[in-house]
Structure formats: structure tokens, C-alpha cells
Design a protein around this ligand. Structure first.
Ligand code: GLY
Length: 395
């Protein structure tokens, strides 16, 4: 049995490395073309989007699904507008980002969500990066102070949901909210934010991961003892399976934590997660994962383009921190996944797909929600990945 698993893994590794690579010149041209296309597509989006709302996905009847300011994905649309402003310098994208962000302002005071990094750092964080706006700093500091109110010292982690049915759930996705906390310490000199981010990352590393470096989706903790009560899934195929977007959040999260702390254990964790994905016998040739690496319907299972976009952007960054051989492998895999997403198999035609850029993402298979649809965060990480490619290629 072990021999078969090894052979399958070896075949998977061969698969992941033997992609047809585009030359740097061709990939750069594809990145340019994709960003130009995305700008046209998002112009249609902004002209058709109701005031005060944010694009989320597609409804079952095919119409645009919108979200209010308090849905966890609301920050991605202004964030994508900032990336398009960065790519094109077209002031319409800056105006649109600033306009939509006004509706996000109440989020900075919320203590009932762990998604403040997604909501505020993807939007106001990009404004700060590109424009240096002092008001964005204040908003991000307030958001960071709100987020750390959810930190549970006995557990060493930030609580994720307040839903009933859990004692103190922490989901792998929550790694993504730590970047804003690292920024908050750099900005203010107050180490509280950084210490909480590090504790959260360490607790997650200890309890979320299996021996093969795949991760559980949800760990439920006892608030009094801090002990693990249960290891579960919410959006994956089963408690024991590897939900694809969760693996991508983990990869991105530990790569980012290495960037912020230079602690080698985070780099090793990110490398192990990347190897788990890229060596997986169920990783499709085009590097766009099925919604779960253990989905029983494979090879007919639904894909998740959002998992591919998050993974691709993270792999490009990870490649900058590793040795030459690994670096090439991660960089090529990131570029190949982006090239797949930019192909007609995943990228929409202009004016279609409710004006989202990418098709074929999956929100929650067990929840029968957002299956094989566009998702605003798939677009956001696709744009980020293409910008990263252009910025880092050949460097
Ligand atoms: N953070 C929720 C998700 O990835 O679907």
C-alpha cells in the first residue's frame, strides 16, 4: 500500500513540475493582457453595481449576487480596484475604490468577526500602500484593535466564528487576518498585535496540521482549558479531508508570516504545505484544484479557481525565500496556475460572467452554496498574482 501511495505521490510531483511553461516574455505579455482585460471587465462591473453594495458572486438564477458592507468578502472589490489602478493608472479605479470603501467604515468597530483583515487590509491596506493616506492608517489601527478583542489567551488564538454549535472555533482561513496585525505593530510600535499574530500562527501550526501537512478546516477549543475539543470541516468534503481553499489560505498565511517575522519555522511550514499540494496525486494538470483534494467525485469533482488564485499568488512569493531548485519549482507552479486561470477555460469573456474576471470557483460544497461560480476573492488574488508576476519575474 505504502509503495502505491509513494508511486502516486511521485507521479503527482512529476505532474506538477512538467507543466508546459510559458517563457517569461510570453507570461509577462499574458499578465499585461489579463490586467487590461480585467480593467475592461471591472469597468462594466462598476457601471452596473448598485450603490452601497459589493459584488459577491452569481445567484442560482444567473443574476449578480451582491453583498453588504458586513459580509466577509466586501473588501475584495475595492481591493481589486486598487490593483487595477496600480496596473492601469486609470483614476476611475481609484475613485471607485474610495467610493465603495466609505461603506466599509463601520466594519472597523466590529468585534463580532475575525474577517477584519480580509475586509479592511485588502481595501484600506492597498490604499495605504499606494497612496499613503493618513486616514487609512487610523482606520487600520482601529480595525486591528477591534480584531484583537477576539484573542483568547488560554487558547493562544483569535476566535473565528460566533455561530452556535461551537465552543471556540478557529479556522485555517484566519491566518489571512494576521497580516494587518503585523502591520499594526510596525505602524504603532505596540508589540501586542505582533505577539497575538505570532501566538495565533503557532497555535494553528500545532493543532490544525496533520502529519502530511494538510490541514483541518476548523479546530474547536475549550475556552476554559484551551484544549482542542474537535477537528472538523465546514466547507470541505469531510472532517478528515483537505479542503482546497483552506490549504491555500494556510500556504499564503505562513508565507506571509515568514515575510513579517523571518522565523524559519513559518518558511518550513509554507514549503511543506506547498509540497503537499504540488505533489498531490489529485492535483489536476492545470493546477486548478478540485474543491477538496479528497473529493470522492474526482476526476469529475467541481474545481475551485479561488483556491488556485490564492495558491498561485502565495507560490510566487514563497519562491523568493527558498533555494534555487525549490524557488524554480514554486515560481513555475505559480505562473502555470495563473496561466491556466487566464485561459478561456477559467477566464470569462468581456461582459459575461456578471462582469467578474474568473469563472469556476466554489464557496461551500457541503453548504450547497456558491458552486461553480465567480467569487470576488478569486478575482482579487488573480490580479495580485499577475501583478506579482510582473513585478518579480527575472528578479
Ligand atoms: N473564509 C471563508 C472561505 O474561504 O470560504
Amino acid at each position: 500500500m505504502k509503495k502505491i501511495v509513494f508511486l502516486l505521490l511521485a507521479f503527482g510531483a512529476f505532474h506538477a513540475q512538467a507543466q508546459t511553461k510559458l517563457s517569461v516574455k510570453k507570461m509577462k505579455a499574458l499578465a499585461d493582457e489579463s490586467l487590461q482585460f480585467s480593467a475592461k471587465q471591472y469597468k462594466h462591473m462598476m457601471q452596473n453595481l448598485p450603490d452601497s453594495l459589493f459584488p459577491r458572486s452569481t445567484n442560482k438564477d444567473g443574476s449578480l449576487m451582491t453583498a453588504k458592507f458586513n459580509w466577509w468578502t466586501a473588501g475584495f472589490y475595492p481591493g481589486s480596484c486598487w490593483y487595477l489602478y496600480e496596473a492601469t493608472k486609470d483614476p476611475a479605479f481609484k475613485q471607485e475604490a474610495l467610493k465603495r470603501q466609505q461603506y466599509l467604515l463601520p466594519d472597523q468597530y466590529r468585534t463580532n468577526t475575525h474577517d477584519l483583515g480580509f475586509l479592511m487590509y485588502c481595501s484600506f491596506g492597498n490604499e495605504l500602500r499606494l497612496e499613503g493616506t493618513p486616514a487609512a492608517k487610523d482606520i487600520l489601527m482601529t480595525s486591528s484593535r477591534s480584531l484583537i478583542k477576539r484573542y483568547k489567551p488560554t487558547i493562544g488564538a483569535i476566535r473565528s466564528w460566533d455561530h452556535s454549535g461551537w465552543k471556540c472555533p478557529v479556522i485555517i482561513d484566519n491566518m489571512m487576518n494576521l497580516e494587518m496585525l503585523c502591520w499594526a505593530t510596525k505602524n504603532s510600535g505596540d508589540s501586542t498585535f505582533w505577539n497575538i499574530a505570532v501566538n495565533h500562527a503557532n497555535t494553528t501550526m500545532k493543532n490544525h496540521f496533520r502529519d502530511d501537512y494538510s490541514s483541518y478546516h476548523v479546530i474547536d477549543y475549550d475556552t476554559i482549558t484551551g484544549q482542542v475539543i474537535a477537528k472538523k470541516t465546514h466547507q470541505g468534503h469531510s472532517d478528515a479531508s483537505a479542503w482546497s481553499r483552506g490549504q491555500a489560505w494556510g500556504l499564503y498565511g505562513y508565507t506571509m508570516m515568514y515575510r513579517e517575522t523571518k522565523d524559519k519555522k513559518y518558511l518550513d511550514q509554507a514549503r511543506h504545505i506547498a509540497d503537499y499540494m504540488l505533489n498531490h496525486p489529485h492535483m489536476p494538470k492545470d493546477l486548478v484544484p478540485y474543491y477538496d483534494y479528497d473529493a470522492p467525485e474526482i476526476p469529475n469533482a467541481i474545481r475551485d479557481a479561488s483556491a488556485a488564485a490564492v495558491m498561485a499568488s502565495a507560490l510566487l512569493e514563497l519562491s523568493r525565500y527558498t533555494n534555487k531548485t525549490e524557488s524554480k519549482r514554486y515560481w513555475n507552479a505559480g505562473a502555470d496556475a495563473l496561466a491556466s486561470l487566464a485561459s478561456p477555460a477559467y477566464r470569462a469573456k468581456e461582459g459575461e460572467n456578471n462582469n467578474f474576471i474568473l469563472m469556476h470557483s466554489t464557496g461551500s460544497m457541503p453548504g450547497n452554496s456558491e458552486i461553480d461560480v465567480p467569487l470576488s476573492y478569486a478575482d482579487y488574488y488573480f490580479l495580485e498574482g499577475m501583478l506579482r508576476y510582473k513585478q518579480w519575474a527575472g528578479k
